[in-house]
Design a protein around this ligand. Structure first.
Ligand code: HEM
Length: 421
């Protein structure tokens, strides 16, 4: 970790900070991250209302230092900056983010994670394999029938959305509502300066989602089943169970976390292959490279670009003085491009080893859904490559339509043609 004893006042670097809000950042954040890593690796961002950590070593170390980089109150820290008039109206949103996995430290986090692990087991994930194949087949039957299709809207989005809906025993017809709710709930995260509008929208969606999940959970209690929701309702460890409030919060987290992230992995991964024909040919020739190819996609275009934390104590980091309560963002997308950790980091190398990327985080909050994402993405990408060997970008000269977000890295749409022109 770049800790020194020479504390200086937070260098505001408005020149660099402005870049974080630029169109150039949305199009290609990596050269901008490189500038920060070199000249302001621990940076107080006015634009984002908190410290941003850009170097691999700092992100790696702080992910594992939950005593000083706490998750408790990490979302409510951002909510406290909202105008007091609006703040008084967001009690339910604030309450939601005081329980659950994401906004907790040990011992509460340890207890919850144990209970959720009892339900979301490797077996539950593995049981989804045939369903994932069937869903992929069905989506490709439709998508490949036309001259062009949207790789995101017609494939990368419906796959994880259907999988997560099925895991919860929810009708697949509800998946578009899930997506809207998830987008809104994630919409205010990733910055310490959320807008009042994004926060109110998040709360509306959260309340709708919780009401919907409450009905599903009540139904599961009356009709026990072995889908994920049924297992969560029944989960017990050392005589302990999830409270109603915890159950709903955990379900919301699983639904929102398991959705767009996986869409973005599949979309970004396919985009990388379509724009790197040599790597694509290598993968087609040797499908055994698929696991390392997926890890490289996760590294190079990490679906979740930053993780929020709260400084638990006053401390020095990288020559800067952080105060207890400060909002801190671990910039995973930058850490995963740090040349100190990855030789030739901008190169897409599907055989890269070692590849100790942090796209799934690290430490005690390491992504609980990583096994599911690592199951879905290879099936989706492998089948698409197999069934559409001539797949190409439908608009090769158009710039990619990146989602305008500092938190999520993914595309709004990606038109492709199944048969090369
Ligand atoms: C490519 C896909 C995915 C990526 C890139 C991703 C990324 C992440 C990251 C970076 C974290 C750590 C957050 C932190 O430390 O603050 C995380 C946590 C989490 N993820 Fe994922 N995720 C993905 C897919 C999924 C899926 C499919 C699910 C569930 C169905 C899921 C559920 C969770 C949960 C519950 C946590 C919180 C764990 C905890 O706090 O203990 N994720 N994810």
């Amino acid at each position: 970790m770049t800790t020194t004893s020479a504390t200086v006042a937070p260098a505001s670097r408005p020149d660099l900070d402005a870049l974080l809000r630029s169109d150039a950042f949305v199009a290609d954040p990596y050269p901008i991250y490189a500038r920060f890593r070199e000249s302001a690796p621990v940076h107080f961002s006015e634009a984002n209302g908190g410290w941003m950590l850009f170097r691999h070593d700092d992100v790696h170390a702080t992910l594992r230092d939950h005593a000083r980089f706490s998750s408790r109150g990490r979302f409510s820290a951002a909510l406290q900056r909202i105008d007091p008039g609006v703040r008084s109206r967001i009690g339910p949103l604030t309450d939601h983010f005081t329980v659950g996995l994401l906004a907790n430290d040990p011992p509460d986090h340890t207890r919850l994670r144990l209970l959720v692990n009892r339900a979301f087991t490797p077996r539950v994930v593995e049981q989804m394999r045939p369903r994932i194949h069937a869903i992929v087949d069905g989506l490709l039957d439709e998508a490949l029938a036309g001259e062009t299709f949207d790789l995101i809207g017609d494939f990368a989005y419906p796959l994880p959305a259907t999988v997560i809906a099925e895991l919860f025993g929810a009708p697949v017809s509800e998946r578009d509502r899930f997506k809207r709710w998830s987008n809104h709930i994630l919409g205010f995260q990733g910055t310490g300066n959320p807008s009042a509008e994004s926060v109110l929208r998040a709360q509306d969606s959260l309340l709708e989602m919780r009401a919907f999940l409450q009905e599903l959970a009540d139904h599961r209690r009356a009709h026990p089943g072995d889908d994920l929701l049924g297992l969560l309702v029944a989960a017990e460890a050392e005589g302990d169970r999830l409270t109603d409030q915890e159950l709903l919060t955990v379900c919301v987290t699983l639904l929102t976390a398991g959705h767009e992230t996986t869409t973005n992995l599949i979309g970004n991964g396919m985009w990388l292959l379509l724009t790197h024909p040599g790597q694509r040919a290598r993968l087609v020739a040797d499908p055994g490279l698929m696991p390392s190819a997926v890890e490289e996609m996760l590294r190079l275009e990490s679906p979740l670009q930053r993780n929020p934390r709260r400084a638990a104590v006053d401390m020095e980091l990288g020559g800067q003085h952080l105060r207890a309560g400060d909002y801190v963002m671990q910039v995973l997308g930058s850490a995963n491009h740090d040349p100190d950790a990855f030789p030739d980091p901008e190169r897409f190398d599907i055989g890269r080893t070692p590849n100790r990327h942090m796209a799934f985080g690290g430490g005690i909050h390491f992504c609980l859904g990583a096994p599911l994402a690592r199951l879905e993405a290879p099936i989706a990408i492998g089948e698409l490559l197999r069934r559409a060997p001539g797949l190409a970008l439908a608009e090769p000269d158009a710039p990619p339509r990146w989602i305008p977000s500092g938190l999520l890295r993914g595309m709004e749409s990606l038109p492709v043609s199944p048969a090369a022109g």
